[in-house]
Design a protein around this ligand. Structure first.
Ligand code: BEZ
Ligand code: FE
Length: 331
């Protein structure tokens, strides 16, 4: 049994299917005491709903709820939402929840394709000069990737053009951050992550490295390719209905952590990829694009071997934002 708000509404039943619908009556909940406002119309209901949230004790929750009501009501008025459209939206969100679980998060994907993830990211990561810009985490990060030595091959035996990655990790002021932890993951040459192969149990194309005392790291892997976000669910339907493609430009993911600094979640994108200007999740930033330099067969690779086929190299210098630094000169 739960007691709500100033009207002391006591609910001792659960809201089972059909308990209430948009046309139906709320039933006997105890609402309707003397002094309650009623008879709302399309112009007065917004204030009434905001008023009903007036006792929310947490000020931040109250701010969010009030703003949500304002914007949601304005949206409904703006598009003059029809009842079939409302039902369709309920069905869409229901299916978005039903397809979600431990291995798939369709709501985050929905947030991604609406640009809400990147907007939230932008608001929360106003970077000082010298700090690397952030982008979406995405659904393919897996905890517990193997920790490898600098110079190791993290491709897990997947076929592809060899890619030699080197980089440094510094504070935004340029101080090198020895010991920084670098998580890396990416897709293969066909645009699939290891976890998308049902027959493969071993982790591949994902690893953890540690920067040396001078903040440097390097490893070997394979060149990633562009790929579609998962489009076999409600989000895919939405993309089809709006004639949007599901592709992300090729990239390598990084999470970089060092004590005293904000953990950096970012990618490095492959310069020249045809989807850089139409990323399905709006994650591309100019500062994160680099040339994955192509080298001819017969040249010597960083591991000293002579290449039998073409290979690539990438270098990126990452900058971390100190935990204490709020705002600052923005990039
Ligand atoms: C990714 O880059 O792995 C990703 C990001 C957002 C949605 C889907 C995939
Ligand atoms: Fe990705």
């Amino acid at each position: 049994m739960r007691v709500f708000g100033k009207n002391k509404v006591v609910l001792d039943r659960t809201g089972g299917a059909g308990a209430r619908d948009m046309n139906g009556k709320a039933g006997e909940t105890g609402v309707g005491e003397i002094g309650m406002k009623r008879d709302f119309n399309e112009h007065t209901i917004t204030e009434a709903v905001i008023d009903r949230f007036g006792d929310t004790p947490d000020p931040r929750l109250k701010q969010i709820l009030v703003s949500l009501v304002k914007h949601a009501h304005d949206f409904v008025r703006d598009v003059e939402l029809t009842f079939p459209e409302w039902q369709k939206a309920v069905d869409f969100l229901t299916r978005t929840g039903q397809i979600s679980g431990a291995k798939r998060q369709e709501f985050i994907l929905l947030s991604d394709v609406f640009g809400v993830s990147m907007l939230t990211d932008a608001i929360n990561h106003r970077m000082p000069a010298g700090a690397t810009e952030t982008t979406v985490l995405g659904p393919f990060f897996v905890e517990g990737a193997p920790e490898l030595e600098n110079g190791a091959d993290m491709s897990g035996g997947f076929a592809g053009e060899a890619l030699f990655v080197s980089g440094t990790v510094s504070a935004a002021d340029g101080t090198k951050l020895g010991g920084a932890v670098i998580d890396v993951w990416h897709s293969d040459q066909d645009g699939f992550y290891d976890v998308q192969y049902p027959d493969k149990d071993e982790m591949a194309m994902r690893a953890r490295f540690r920067a040396d005392a001078a903040g440097r790291f390097h490893f070997r892997t394979i060149q990633p390719e562009f790929y579609p976000i998962p489009y076999d669910g409600p989000v895919g339907e939405l993309l089809v209905a709006s004639k949007r493609h599901p592709y992300r430009p090729a990239h390598v993911h990084f999470i970089i952590a060092a004590p005293g600094f904000e953990t950096l979640v970012t990618h490095v994108f492959v310069q020249g990829d045809k989807y850089l200007d139409s990323d399905a999740v709006f994650g591309v930033k100019d500062s994160l694009i680099r040339e994955f330099v192509r080298h001819e067969a017969g040249t010597v690779m960083p591991d000293g071997q002579v290449a039998e086929r073409s290979w690539r190299s990438l270098h990126y210098d990452f900058g971390l934002k100190p935990l204490a630094a709020e705002g600052g000169a923005e990039t």
